[in-house]
Design a protein around this ligand. Structure first.
Ligand SMILES: O=C1O[C@H](COP(=O)(O)O)[C@@H](O)[C@H](O)[C@H]1O
Length: 226
């Protein structure tokens, strides 16, 4: 089971996880000359991403991609791409691989994105968040094609439409996330900790996608603060 690391507060969560991820990326750079990092979306990770971007690292050799994207242009305040770019502005030279593509739908974009990110796979590091409904990235309970996105042979990127999601989305699938050299779940607050406890006790992957992803991961840790 993925160990749970408890931080005293959200500032220490952001700084502590950033230090770990920066070291993972440095190790990948030393080993291979390049590194890949999937960043979480939503509201929780901005402080972590800013702390990470400030870490001394040769960002020009790092590929950054979102773990999932709401199907909305980067000008929209709900865009994960916009949040990640803003929070990681200090990561000078990092190569960002956007998921939103003008003129495409999630369904038409997913195979294009799977091909585009293939050189970055397996990911060196993926950090994911979680909703209180136990979704992670955009692997939402109740999504029509969730089982396909959780399958061991799923392509790296899938389109997702779910009742619990405001807009259609694209997401990294279970094999892309679980295959990362390091997978971290970044969560904060009592509601998320309770949801994680429920998820870890749930056997049905389509009810608790986050439990399935953590369970399949090569190396996973959960980082939480109140
Ligand atoms: O919609 C999303 O939600 C989750 C959780 O976000 P948070 O705002 O509760 O931190 C996030 O991990 C995911 O990337 C995002 O698209």
């Amino acid at each position: 089971m993925a160990p749970l690391i408890v931080h005293a507060d959200r500032d220490r969560l952001a700084a502590g996880l950033a230090a770990l991820v920066a070291e993972d990326l440095r190790a990948a750079l030393r080993a291979k000359g390049r590194a890949s990092f999937a960043a979480p979306g939503g509201t929780t990770p901005a402080a972590f991403l800013s702390a990470l971007a400030a870490a001394p690292l040769d960002w020009a050799r790092v590929s950054v991609l979102p773990g999932d994207e709401r199907w909305t242009p980067p000008e929209d305040e709900r865009s994960n791409e916009a949040m990640i770019r803003r929070a990681m502005a200090a990561a000078t030279g990092a190569r960002f691989e956007p998921f939103w593509r003008a003129g495409e739908t999630p369904e038409s974009a997913a195979p294009l994105l799977s091909a585009a990110i293939a050189p970055a796979l397996p990911l060196d590091v993926a950090v994911i968040g979680m909703g209180a409904d136990m979704h992670c990235a955009s692997l939402f309970p109740g999504a029509a094609n969730l089982s396909a996105a959780l399958a061991p042979d799923a392509p790296p990127v899938a389109a997702i439409t779910a009742p619990g999601a405001v807009e259609p989305r694209v997401t990294l699938t279970l094999p892309a996330l679980a295959g990362a050299g390091r997978l971290y779940l970044l969560i904060a607050g009592a509601d998320k900790r309770a949801a994680l406890r429920t998820a870890l006790g749930e056997r049905d992957a389509t009810v608790a996608p986050v439990g399935a992803v953590l369970g399949a991961a090569r190396a996973a840790e959960v980082h939480w603060a109140p």
